[in-house]
Ligand binder design. Sequence first.
Ligand code: PGA
Length: 248
Amino acid sequence: MRRPLIVGNWKMNGSRHSSIELADNIARHFSAGDGRVECAVCPPHVFLADVASALGGSSVGLGAQDVSQFEQGAYTGDVSAAMLAEFSCTYVLVGHSERRACFGETSSQVAAKFLAAQGEGLTPILCVGETLAERQADRTLEVIAEQIDAVVEAAGLDALTSAVVAYEPVWAIGTGEVASPAQAQEILAFIRARLGEKANTVRLLYGGSVNAENAAQLFEQHDIDGALVGGAALQAEQFMTICQMAET
Ligand code: PGA
C-alpha cells in the first residue's frame, strides 16, 4: 500500500512573513503523526529555517525546490544537499520543468542533482513532463522515457525506486489546464512500468494545475499516489482540502 503524498511547491512566491504564516496554518491542521496522507512543503531556500521552525512538531515534511549537483566549493549561488539536510529537509525537487526550461538544466544535470540529493539522505522528487509541442508531435512517451532513463543510467533502477517521481506536463503547469485523469493515469502507468520489478512501492505524483476542484478525480486513478501542487499550495485552506481528498 503506497501512502499518499501531497507536496506544495511554493516556487519564488511570498515573503518571509507570509511563508511563516502559511506554514503555521498548515501545521496547525497536521499535528504529529496523524492521518494516512503525508504532506510536505517546499518553500524558497532562504525561508527554509523559518518554515522548519513554524512546522515544529507537526507531521508536515519539509522539502527544497532545487539542489546543487556539486558537493561543495566554488559554485556561487548554489545550495548543496548537505546544507539542505542541515535545515531538516527530507525532500528536494529535481528537474522541475521551470529549471529545465528557464535555466537550461539538462537531463544529465538533473541526474547529477538526483545523486547528490540521495547521497545526503534526501528523497528526490524527480519531475518529468512533456511540452505542448512534444505532445502534439506525439512524442510524449519518448520524452518521458528519456528523462527517466537519464536518471536510471546515472543512479541505477534501485535508486529510482527509493525516490518519488512527479509527472508534470509542462502545458498544465500554472495554466489552469489540468491533464484529464485518464491522460495522467496513462503516463504514470507508463512510468511505473519503466521502473521495473520494485515499481509497485514507488510513489508517483501528478502535478499541473491541481486544485481542490479537480484533485479528487485525479486521486481515483490507480497509479496516482498524490500531487505536486503549485499555485493552490499557496492557500492553506485549499492545500489542506487537497490533502484531505487524498485520504479517501
Ligand atoms: P501549478 O504548479 O500547480 O501551479 O500548475 C505545479 C508545479 O509546477 O509543480
